[in-house]
Design a protein around this ligand. Sequence first.
Ligand code: PRT
Ligand code: ZN
Length: 283
Amino acid sequence: MLRLAIQSKGRLNEDCTSLLQEIGISVDDSKRKFLSKSANFPLEVLYMRDDDIPQVVSAGTASLGIVGLNEVEEKGFDVKIEARLGFGGCRISLAIPKADEYPGPQYFNGKRIATSYPNILRRFLAGNGIQADIEVITGSVEIAPAAGIADAIFDIVSSGGTLVSNGLKEVEKVFFSEAVLISNGSLSDEDRKSLEEILFRIDSVKVSRGQKYILMNLPESAIEDAIKILPAMRSPTVMPLAAKGWCSLHSVVCADELWEKIRQLKAIGAEGILVLTVDKIIP
Ligand code: PRT
Ligand code: ZN
């Protein structure tokens, strides 16, 4: 049976739990302690600290894991990246005191940089021919310059708010991360089959994210124009209405473009527009 390691608490936990729900794998996490078995899929979920997930998957204690790509890159364990999951997005950046001028990476020559990601940082520094001291600290890296522990930091940034409130500015975006599904390279045939099913389901959830189902009444004379506005997966569905000269048109649009499309559709005579959330798209 597949065993999936996910973060027990923290930023990725909720998104991992929602993903499992969205792909129809029910895990009773109200009773969760350390290990929970799914009621409807050959999978058990192991809850742990994110730092340990790459190692546990590489060692085969868990066959799968969901973790930030940053942890995979930093730890360097031998695991296979099966899918990017589109949540937990962040970057690891170099940041320096706001008032300092930044002439480029040579700024860091001879400086002390605080980080929890020494390996990724070491590679960046080597790649740029920089000699700097790396101070490894876990947690609250952003206070290191004010505390006099370091001159600069190399840490995870998402909105940038933490840097601003600590008087720092981001000067190099070094590594871009998101949550990924990792596997142990040597899965049994049965586990590989279950993994293929999980990947198929994740794909359809990813495709449906940010998509809206839209339906409307439209004068038949406007169908050609509507098709130009709504290039659907193949083409929009058009159905006749009882009222003569009118039809019902259904399509899927990207949520980002929704209001612009609605404006264009109203301009060609669309009425009674309904917009619905798409649960799954199976291409
Ligand atoms: O207890 P455990 O070890 O499991 O958790 P943790 O405290 O090590 O990790 P956690 O829950 O903080 O983060 C888990 C993963 O989420 C990370 O490894 C990243 O892949 C991802 N992630 C996404 C983030 C952020 N966004 C993020 N903003 N991880 C941390 N942060 C922190 C960052 O360290 C900094 O302190 O948020 C702050 C910056 O945020 P902004 O928005 O102010 O820029
Ligand atoms: Zn951690």
